[in-house]
Design a protein around this ligand. Structure first.
Ligand SMILES: [Zn+2]
Ligand SMILES: [Zn+2]
Length: 342
């Protein structure tokens, strides 16, 4: 009887398949090779490198390598098993090519890259499931937690934040988000963020582009806020332009929402979001008798629009006018041009 499959045994099986693919290429007659063959070999090596890097980075987030390797959650096992079969088919294709010879099919490298992405996400999701099972009650998706961790690292700042420091922070937040998922144009007008760790979608409706900075720098408010440690989460607004009519509008700053999302409930696709300001204040509404109070007892919001409604109502940025010290729509603040919407 074979041993039960675990995340570790399936990842090892996939790594073996990729190594086999590399071996097939290494035994081929390289004198005949063109750029396609070299690219195929590079792509396979990248799959191995990223898988190893992911494994090393994710293990410590979920109580160590032993824990991660021996995990046997049904969804993770099913997902990795299906992926293993895909890798098997892919390597079989390379085997056939080695037997028949001739130039390699340049389309296969795209398949390799697609499998690499799927493997990356499968590892993220496996780690997220372990992370979720270790938390009590509702809590952030592991992807959200990784962005939240970056924001929390600034909470001890007591000195005034310079513009340069502020830019650095915005860049750190955006880069953290991009490591966790992708921004994509959704339909004609909307922009979605899709988390690699939970597949949850966060939707911003009617947006021309995603602003890469908050509307008002935290430093501005820090001077007037009695609790400077909260200044990182207080600023939830960012200025953008509506896609439909070109009007300026205030939206929830993307990393603010991403850092606080919860994995969707089974088979749902939109991530829910918790309000971090309520969370810090102990989840108590200002006035429990107010019927119009959009505060939810469970502190969760179904989507970005519901969160924004709550923020506008409960946490309006009254201390600073929305336009003060604006650094809005700094599209290039992320320092990359890799995404068309960000
Ligand atoms: Zn997530
Ligand atoms: Zn709140």
């Amino acid at each position: 009887m074979s041993r039960p499959e675990t995340v570790g045994t399936l990842l090892a099986a996939i790594a073996n398949l990729v190594s086999e693919g590399l071996r097939i290429l290494s035994f081929a007659d390289k004198r005949q090779w063109g750029p396609d063959e070299h690219e195929q070999a590079r792509a396979l090596q990248e799959v191995l490198d990223e898988a190893k890097k992911d494994f090393q980075e994710l293990s410590p987030l979920v109580n160590g390598q032993f824990h991660y390797e021996h995990d046997r959650k049904y969804d993770s096992i099913e997902e990795l098993k299906a992926l293993c079969s895909k890798f098997q088919l892919h390597v079989n294709t390379l085997k056939d090519w080695a037997r028949t010879g001739g130039p390699i099919n340049p389309v296969w490298v795209r398949e390799t890259k697609s499998l690499q992405k799927q493997l990356h996400r499968a590892q993220c999701r496996a780690a997220r499931r372990i992370h979720a099972s270790e938390q009590e009650g509702t809590s952030r998706c592991l992807g959200a937690w990784l962005v939240h961790r970056v924001q929390r690292s600034w909470s001890n700042t007591t000195s005034e934040i310079t513009d340069e420091e502020l830019r650095r922070r915005h860049l750190q937040e955006i880069m953290a988000c991009k490591r966790v998922g992708v921004f994509e144009r959704f339909g004609e007008c909307d922009i979605a963020f899709i988390c690699n760790y939970c597949d949850g979608h966060l939707m911003w409706e009617d947006l021309d582009s995603m602003p890469a900075a908050r509307s008002a720098p935290p430093g501005t408010v820090e001077e007037v806020s009695p609790q400077p440690q909260r200044s990182n989460t207080l600023f939830w607004q960012a200025s953008s332009i509506a896609r439909t009519n070109g009007q300026e509008k205030q939206i929830v700053y993307a990393p603010f929402a991403i850092a606080n999302h919860i994995a969707p409930i089974h088979r749902d696709w939109q991530a829910r979001i918790i309000c971090p300001i309520c969370e810090e204040e102990g989840c108590r509404p200002q006035d429990e008798d107010d019927d119009e109070d959009p505060y939810r007892p469970d502190g969760e919001f179904d989507d970005v629009a519901a969160l924004q409604e709550h923020l506008e109502w409960e946490h309006p940025p009254t201390t600073v006018p929305p336009t003060a010290g604006t650094t809005a729509v700094a599209k290039d603040a992320s320092g990359t041009n890799s995404c068309s919407v960000m």
